[in-house]
Design a protein around this ligand. Structure first.
Ligand SMILES: O=P(O)(O)OC[C@H]1O[C@H](OP(=O)(O)OP(=O)(O)O)[C@H](O)[C@@H]1O
Ligand SMILES: O=c1cc[nH]c(=O)[nH]1
Ligand SMILES: [Mg+2]
Length: 210
């Protein structure tokens, strides 16, 4: 991908995102909308994958038909909220390998605390798409991507639902080689590090916790 930041302004994505932002949207509907949006975002983040051809036979003749080149790609969910994007992505790319980086953001320091790390083998030979709905300070995603690079990944894209300018800047500084795809770039972070206007705490809204 050429651009460091891609905003997916498709009407379906924007409409569904508006419904997700609304305070009174239920947990069940929030989760369903995230799944639907993730299908549309998956379509965007997998644009420009390298292609090759394979010889096949149609009922009429032989042809060299396009297929995606290289190893199966790796989807990496940044727990816990990342799983909301992961589910839809897997529906579209069922053969993808899947990894998990368990992180939570310390609400006082806004620094990420890692509690789990498990990724597919041969990460260095795969396109890796890291997913987390929220890019706020960028501390969590920057740390997760540092860990993925330590594990060998060198071709990485980051997919989120909402980004704050502060998080985009942090990612650009820490990982200028990692393109970001998002449904929206919001205005700013509040004093507690929440995205404004945002949608609140994605994990809590998705899983009904507080
Ligand atoms: O850009 P940052 O300032 O680091 O904030 C973003 C992170 O915060 C949220 O996770 P949270 O820590 O709430 O954990 P959860 O996914 O388990 O709810 C979100 O899913 C990101 O991982
Ligand atoms: O606005 C925010 C910021 C971090 N994490 C969230 O879930 N929401
Ligand atoms: Mg998280």
């Amino acid at each position: 991908m050429k651009d460091h930041l891609t905003i997916v302004d498709h009407p379906l994505v924007q409409h569904k995102l508006t419904l997700m932002r609304e305070r009174d949207t239920s947990t069940a509907v929030f989760r369903q909308l995230l799944r639907e949006i993730s299908l549309l975002l998956a379509y965007e983040v997998t644009r420009e994958l390298p292609m090759t051809t394979r010889a096949i036979e149609t009922p009429l003749c032989e042809m060299d038909a396009p297929v995606i080149a290289g190893r199966k790609l790796a989807l990496v969910s940044i727990l816990r909220a990342g799983n909301g994007l992961l589910d839809g992505m897997l529906e579209l790319i069922p053969s993808a390998r899947v990894g998990f980086v368990g992180l939570y953001r310390d609400e006082e320091t806004l620094q990420p605390v890692e509690y789990y790390f498990k990724v597919p083998e041969q990460l260095n030979k795969r396109l890796v798409i890291a997913v987390d709905p929220m890019l706020a300070t960028g501390n969590s995603s920057a740390a997760a991507i540092t860990r993925l690079k330590q594990a060998g990944a060198s071709n990485i894209r980051f997919l989120c639902l909402l980004a704050a300018p502060e998080g985009v800047a942090r990612m650009k500084e820490a990982h200028p080689d990692v393109p970001i795809v998002t449904a929206a770039l919001d205005d700013h972070l509040n004093e507690k590090g929440y995205i404004v206007p945002g949608l609140g705490d994605a994990g809590d809204r998705m899983f009904g916790t507080k």
